[in-house]
Structure formats: C-alpha cells, structure tokens
Design a protein around this ligand. Structure first.
Ligand SMILES: Nc1ncnc2c1ncn2[C@@H]1O[C@H](COP(=O)(O)OP(=O)(O)OP(=O)(O)O)[C@@H](O)[C@H]1O
Ligand SMILES: O=C(O)C1=C[C@@H](O)[C@@H](O)[C@H](O)C1
Ligand SMILES: [Mg+2]
Length: 187
C-alpha cells in the first residue's frame, strides 16, 4: 500500500517492542481502546493462523520456522496497513529485516522494565514462553541484557517501572499527541 510513499504521521502504525512480559500485549490493548483503533498481536495472529500456541509451534515446526512466519507477517502488516496498534513478539526485533521495515514505516515504542522488577513476573510467563523454558534465572538475565542493544533501536523509549498498564498507555498517548502536533500542526 505505501511501499514507496510515507504515510502521514498520524496514520502510521504504532508498534510496541521489548522483552517478553514487559507488557506489549496488555498495554497495546489499552492504547488501541483509547484511540479507537484495531489492535494486532503478532504472536496471537500466528497462533490463529496455525491453530496452535507458540510453544507448540516451536515444538513441532522449530524456532526457525516460527521466525520465518513472524517475519513474513510483520513485513506484510507494515507494508499494507495503517492506523494499527501492533504488539510484536519479544524476539521479533532480532531480525534485521523486521527492524528495518518497522522503523521505516511505523512509530516504534520500546517498553522498558528493569530486570529486578521483571523477575517478579517470571512465574506468569514460564508456561507459554518457550524461549524461557529450561533456563536458569542467570541464563534468563543474560538473555535479557543481550537483547537490550536491539531494543535500543526505537523511536521512543518508555519506562514502565512501577506503572500500571493503563498509566504506561496514557504516557504513550501523551507522547504521540505531542508528536502528532509537532509533525502535523493544525495550522
Ligand atoms: N505494567 C504492568 N504491571 C503489572 N503487570 C503487568 C504490567 N504489564 C503487563 N503485566 C502482566 O505481565 C504479564 C505479561 O504481560 P504481556 O503478555 O502483556 O507481555 P508481553 O510484552 O506481551 O510478552 P510477550 O513478548 O511474551 O508477548 C501479564 O500477566 C500482564 O498482566
Ligand atoms: O522473546 C522471544 O524470543 C519470544 C517472545 C514471545 O513473544 C514469542 O514471540 C515467542 O515465545 C518468542
Ligand atoms: Mg505479547
């Protein structure tokens, strides 16, 4: 739809990135409701398409196949949609093609949560995040820090420490509104 032409700033998709469990899905739903826009969760869309949970996709088809599906889905979404609120899977930004298409077509917010606070959420994530399974806390901590460099490739970093999902959504909306005004003033 807009491969060669940039969309007006207000029409661009809004994409949330960050480590597993930082709240991309939860906060994305709040933002979509507040802006009255469609919400798309990439993990959930792939699960629907293959009619199985991500954990099962990893088991039966392998991580590489999942990464391929993830890339195809995100590239298509970025090139052929607008006005969407999109939550990526925690590992999506590891792929250069995904980073490039997201950063060149959309507004990318990185949800930051310090590891100390993230640790308290681990029990909520263990069962359906295959990448965390069979790892010690030390290995998970290494994974967390090893990914911070790629999440740093964003348009805006949002702190989520000690904030409720709705508060983070409000902060993102505030920043968006300021940017919408700066990029496309009313007069
Ligand atoms: N700001 C928050 N405060 C407290 N709990 C939160 C917050 N944001 C999310 N959670 C909780 O943390 C868990 C993980 O949230 P969520 O699924 O939204 O993360 P995610 O970033 O989408 O993870 P993934 O990358 O694995 O898809 C959920 O149980 C959610 O309710
Ligand atoms: O961080 C990751 O590598 C992943 C995060 C999840 O959102 C899923 O996309 C999947 O479990 C892989
Ligand atoms: Mg999610």
């Amino acid at each position: 739809m807009h491969k060669d032409k940039q969309l007006p700033f207000k029409e661009k998709n809004i994409i949330l990135i960050g480590f597993m469990g930082v709240g991309k899905t939860t906060i994305g739903i709040h933002i979509a409701k507040k802006l009255n826009r469609d919400f798309i969760d990439v993990d959930q869309e792939i699960e629907k398409q293959y009619d199985m949970p991500v954990t099962q996709i990893f088991k039966t088809m392998g991580e590489q196949k999942f990464r391929q599906m993830e890339k195809e889905f995100i590239v298509d979404l970025c090139c052929n949609s607008r006005l969407k609120i999109i939550s990526l899977g925690g590992g999506a930004f590891l792929q250069e093609e995904i980073r490039n298409v997201c950063l060149s077509t959309s507004i990318v917010f990185f949800l930051d949560l310090s590891f100390n606070l993230w640790k308290d959420r681990l029990h909520l994530l263990m069962d359906n995040r295959p990448v965390l399974q069979n790892k010690t806390l030390e290995e998970i901590e290494q994974l967390y820090y090893s990914r911070q460099g790629i999440y740093a490739l964003n348009h805006s970093k949002v702190n989520t420490d000690y904030l409720k999902p709705e508060e983070v959504a409000d902060n993102i909306l505030h920043s968006l509104k300021l940017n919408w005004e700066i990029n496309e003033p009313i007069n």
